[in-house]
Design a protein around this ligand. Structure first.
Ligand SMILES: Cc1ncc(COP(=O)(O)O)c(C=O)c1O
Length: 365
């Protein structure tokens, strides 16, 4: 791959103690429920043929998760199930058809919520912003949800979904959290931990030394961080990777506090086009991430092609971790900062398959 620019910020607060944002009881409930769903099967953990001078690179391939094409199936659908159960317990005698769930999405989370709502028999309205592809909107509607397109970015859609829900008495099932709204997103993140627990059962040999994980609002990265910190000693170095035009966690780390970034959030990595970190994610990552990186779209596309050559179908938001690893490996100073070398054992998450098949083909073929 040709050299491409990237940004690397070593976290000065890495290792600061604090409370665990995702308690173990919540994870045990998520594991028990999700692994009992019809069609549940662990997704493959693949070892890359080319280890790029490292001991091993392994990649959790989420392209076939529950037939939805991304790891998000674990989070949104589980949170809908929890919410419906709690609502029916609060209103005995009423049925799930009286409940409406809603969220904003760049595609994958909305698909997971729509699937979850269909499974629970409740109503579902999903808000998509203007640049979400029609293919992704159609895939959500295919699960019986009403899809509403709104102007602006993902963050604007989050606000509109929450205002509409307040006015209509609907329930927001968001994958991002903010002050006063943490229970549902915590359930979403506990669902993601199922994927990480599978990795630990599948991993052979010495445990991972590094994890490069992509972030939108940071929920995925924080779930990975919590699960690995609680289960591996020492915990692997965790590097959070974002698109350079939507690097809100990097900006927050540089500032030393959770902050939103403005602008168009213009990136091909649609699932990562978020301008505001999730509160819960920030509480975990601000003290547990070793470093934050930002990469350009071209690096992610090059990594998509590299994986395609190994027979792995990875969508635009799936390869930022690999792309960042390869950028770092080409830069001796970055390798030193991250302690990356021939003994390193790297874990990556290929978080989606070709969730927009037309776009995938145009980028890879
Ligand atoms: C495929 C994919 N990977 C990664 C992410 C990032 O997850 P989070 O927003 O929790 O950081 C998303 C979010 O939508 C996604 O769709």
């Amino acid at each position: 791959m040709p050299p491409l620019p990237f940004t690397l910020f070593a976290n000065p607060n890495a290792g600061t103690p604090g409370t665990v944002v995702l308690p173990e009881g919540g994870f045990r409930r998520a594991w028990a429920e999700i692994t009992a769903w019809p069609g549940y099967a662990p997704t493959p953990l693949r070892t890359l043929a080319d280890s790029h001078g490292l001991a091993v690179i392994r990649l959790k391939d989420e392209s076939a998760r529950f037939g939805l094409g991304s790891f998000k199936a674990l989070g949104g659908a589980y949170a809908v199930a929890q919410l419906v159960r709690a609502e029916l317990a609060r209103h005995p005698g009423s049925g799930p058809e009286t409940i409406t769930v809603t969220c904003a999405t760049d595609g994958n989370h909305g698909r997971a919520v729509a699937w979850g709502a269909q499974r629970q028999g409740c109503r579902c309205v999903i808000f998509v912003h203007e640049t979400v592809s029609q293919g992704r909107a159609d895939a959500i509607a295919a699960y019986g949800a009403e899809v509403r397109r709104v102007p602006g970015t993902y963050d604007d859609a989050v606000r509109i979904a929450s205002e509409t829900a307040a006015a209509e008495g609907w329930h927001v099932v968001s994958d991002t959290s903010w002050p006063g709204y943490t229970q549902v997103p915590a359930d979403v993140m506990q669902g993601y931990r199922v994927m990480v627990a599978e990795v630990l059962a599948q991993w052979e040999g010495a445990p991972p030394s590094h994890v490069f994980v992509q972030a939108g609002v940071g929920g995925l990265a924080a779930a990975v961080s919590v699960h690995l910190r609680l289960n591996l000693r020492p915990a692997p170095r965790l590097i959070v990777v974002e698109p350079d035009h939507a690097a809100c966690l990097l900006a927050s780390a540089e500032l030393g506090e959770r902050t939103a970034i403005g602008g168009e959030l213009d990136t091909l990595m649609a699932g990562l086009a978020c301008g505001e970190p999730s509160l819960l994610a920030w509480q975990e990552l601000s003290r547990a991430a070793a470093a934050f990186m930002a990469i350009p779209d071209e690096a992610a596309v090059a990594a998509m092609r590299l994986l395609a050559a190994e027979g792995i179908v990875a969508g635009e938001s799936a390869t930022a971790g690999l792309a960042a690893l390869l950028r770092a490996l080409g830069d001796p100073a970055a390798c030193e900062t991250l302690a990356l070398g021939p003994d390193s054992r790297v874990l990556l998450f290929s978080t989606e398959g070709a969730t927009d098949p037309v776009l995938y083909r145009s980028l890879v073929e």
